[in-house]
Design a protein around this ligand. Structure first.
Ligand code: TXA
Ligand code: MG
Length: 324
C-alpha cells in the first residue's frame, strides 16, 4: 500500500468542502458521527470501496453501512417494509442502522453488501456528518475508522493513530457524544432482529415499530447475521478481564461507579451509563497504554446489564474474548 499524506481537516465549511471533494474523487476520509468516527468512501465507486477494505484490513465478507443525509435519500437503496418505515421515522437522523433487502436498482458497489442480498443504512445526526453527506450528494459507506478488530475511534486523534498514511484525511470534530456504535436492526417482512445493541434499546425499537424485536441467533452453528459481531473485536492490545472487583497485582483496574477506590481509571465515578458509554473506548485506549508499561493486563469493574449497560457490556465482552 502506498503511503499517503493524511490531512487533518478543520470542522468548518472549507474542511467539509475539501472532504466532500476528496470523497467524490474516490479518496477515503474519516469523519465524526454522534456514535464513533466513520471512515467514508463513495459507496457507488467500487475502487473506493476496495480501498476502504484495504485501508482497514477488513475481511471481504464483512459488509459496510451506507450513510445518507435523510430517509428520502435512503429510500431508493432498499425495500422498506412498514416496520422499517416506522423505525426510520422515529429514529432517523440518529444512532440506528437498518439492515434491509437491497433494491435491485441500488447504485452501490457490490462489495458494500459483501455478497449478501441486504444493505445496512444509517442517517447520522451529527451536524458535521450531515453537512458532509449533503455536500457529497452520494451514499457514503462508512465503517468505524479503526483498523479491523481494534477499538473504535471517538476522537480524530484515534482515527489518525490507526489510519494515518492509509487515508486522505480526517475531519476533526472533537469527541463523539454517544461513544458506542449504532444499534443495528435487521428488518424483513416478518420480523425485527437486533444484530448489535446500541444507544437505542430493544424496548424503544419494539414500541416504535409496533412489533417484537428478537435477539440475533446466538447459536454458534447458525449463519452469521452481522459478520462484524464475531466474538473477537474491539480488542485492546492487553488481556482484558471482566467483572473485576478486586484487581490482581499489576492489573490496570478500570472502575465504574463509587466504591472502586484504587482504580487507575474510571468509566464513570458516579456510575452514569451515558458517561461510561461516551468514555468507553478512550478509557480502554488509556488503560492499554498503562498496561503496556506494566503487566499487559486490564481488569474492568462490573457494569450493570440494563439500558446502555447492555451495549457497553456487549463491547466489553468482545474486548475480553479469547483472541484468534
Ligand atoms: O455507529 C456506527 O454504526 C458506525 C458509524 C461510523 O456510523 N459505523 C460502524 O460500522 O460501526 P462498522 O463497519 O464498524 O460496523 C458495521 C456492522 C458490522 O458488524 C457489519 O457486519 C454489520 O454492521 N453489517 C453491515 N452491513 C450488514 C448487512 N447487510 N447485514 C448484516 N450486517 C451488516
Ligand atoms: Mg467497527
Amino acid at each position: 500500500m502506498t503511503q499517503l499524506r493524511t490531512d487533518l481537516l478543520p470542522a468548518d465549511p472549507a474542511g467539509i468542502a475539501t472532504a466532500a471533494r476528496l470523497l467524490r474523487g474516490g479518496q477515503l476520509v474519516a469523519f465524526p458521527t454522534e456514535t464513533v468516527y466513520g471512515l467514508g468512501a463513495d459507496a457507488g465507486n467500487a475502487d473506493a470501496v476496495a480501498a476502504l477494505y484495504a485501508a482497514k484490513g477488513r475481511p471481504a465478507e464483512n459488509p459496510l453501512i451506507v450513510h445518507l443525509p435523510d430517509a428520502a435519500a435512503a429510500q431508493p437503496l432498499a425495500r422498506f417494509p412498514p416496520h422499517a418505515l416506522r423505525l426510520a421515522a422515529a429514529f432517523w437522523p440518529g444512532p440506528l442502522t437498518l439492515v434491509l433487502p437491497r433494491a435491485d436498482s441500488a447504485a452501490l458497489a457490490p462489495a458494500v453488501s459483501a455478497g449478501r442480498p441486504t444493505v445496512a443504512l444509517r442517517v447520522p445526526a451529527h451536524p458535521l456528518a450531515q453537512a458532509l453527506l449533503r455536500a457529497v450528494r452520494r451514499p457514503v459507506a462508512a465503517p468505524s475508522a479503526n483498523r479491523s478488530g481494534k477499538l473504535s475511534p471517538t476522537l480524530a486523534a484515534d482515527a489518525m493513530a490507526g489510519l494515518s498514511g492509509r487515508i486522505a484525511a480526517v475531519i476533526d470534530g472533537g469527541a463523539c457524544a454517544i461513544g458506542l456504535e449504532s444499534t443495528i436492526v435487521a428488518v424483513d417482512a416478518a420480523q425485527l432482529r437486533l444484530l448489535r445493541p446500541g444507544a437505542i434499546g430493544a424496548d424503544l425499537l419494539a414500541e416504535a415499530a409496533g412489533a417484537p424485536v428478537t435477539a440475533a441467533a446466538q447459536d454458534p452453528n447458525a449463519p452469521v447475521e452481522a459478520p462484524g459481531q464475531l466474538a473477537t473485536h474491539y480488542a485492546p492490545e492487553a488481556v482484558l478481564r471482566l467483572d473485576v472487583t478486586a484487581p490482581d497485582p499489576g492489573e490496570v483496574w478500570v472502575g465504574f461507579g463509587p466504591g472502586c477506590d484504587g482504580a487507575a481509571l474510571s468509566l464513570s465515578d458516579t456510575g452514569d451509563l451515558a458517561e461510561a458509554a461516551a468514555r468507553l473506548f478512550a478509557t480502554l485506549r488509556a488503560a492499554d497504554r498503562l498496561a503496556a508499561e506494566g503487566g499487559g493486563r486490564i481488569g474492568v469493574a462490573p457494569v450493570p446489564d440494563h439500558h446502555l449497560g447492555l451495549a457497553i457490556n456487549d463491547r466489553l465482552r468482545r474486548a475480553a474474548a479469547p483472541r484468534e
